[in-house]
Design a protein around this ligand. Structure first.
Ligand code: THU
Length: 169
């Protein structure tokens, strides 16, 4: 990873430690997602998406969608932002703002991104925005009800795969 470029994507906001986001913080986070959208690499879909993710200590990690000639390798903006944050040591998030170019519709995170956000907790607020800065605030549980998460993996099962099960070589 290009360290210089990466640190550009990390910003500190004023209201350190607060749980409720001020209008100013929400506005700023949405603005940062719009800025991230400008880096979108989307020659195939021509659909730009940006995301800005707020950590508990008020750092912001941004991401954009990055497509590929091998279409299925494309990565969404939200997943890029989350992966950047996780690879820098963060595992819980206060909020994520998402931006696109759609005039009349709030950008809605795809199913995979909903699951990706949910992995790191259901308390993250998700701000679906329009280019004019208006937004819809949603909880992860609203976007992905009755979700499957890491907790399920350790629940009691009727059958346990033995620990000495060997992989096929
Ligand atoms: N896209 C995102 O980046 N996030 C979403 O939640 C929805 C879709 C991207 C993926 C692809 O590059 C383009 O938008 C069109 O689907």
């Amino acid at each position: 990873m290009d360290q210089a470029k990466f640190s550009d994507g990390v910003m500190h906001t004023k209201d350190r430690g607060s749980t409720h986001l001020s209008q100013e913080t929400v506005k700023k986070l949405i603005h940062q997602s719009q800025e991230a959208k400008q880096h979108s690499y989307c020659p195939y879909s021509k659909f730009r998406v940006g995301a800005a993710l707020l950590t508990p200590d008020n750092c912001v990690f941004t991401g954009c969608n990055v497509e590929n000639a091998c279409y299925n390798l494309g990565v969404c903006a939200e997943r890029n932002a989350i992966s950047k944050a996780v690879s820098e040591g963060y595992r819980s998030f206060k909020a994520i703002a998402i931006a696109s170019d759609m005039n009349d519709q709030f950008i809605s995170p795809c199913g995979g991104c909903r699951q990706f956000i949910r992995e790191f907790g259901s308390n993250c607020d998700v701000y679906l925005s329009k280019p004019d800065g208006s937004y819809l605030k949603m909880k992860v549980d609203e976007l992905l009800p009755v979700s499957f998460g890491p907790e399920e993996l350790s629940l009691k099962k009727v059958f346990d795969i033995p620990n000495d099960t060997e992989p096929v070589l």
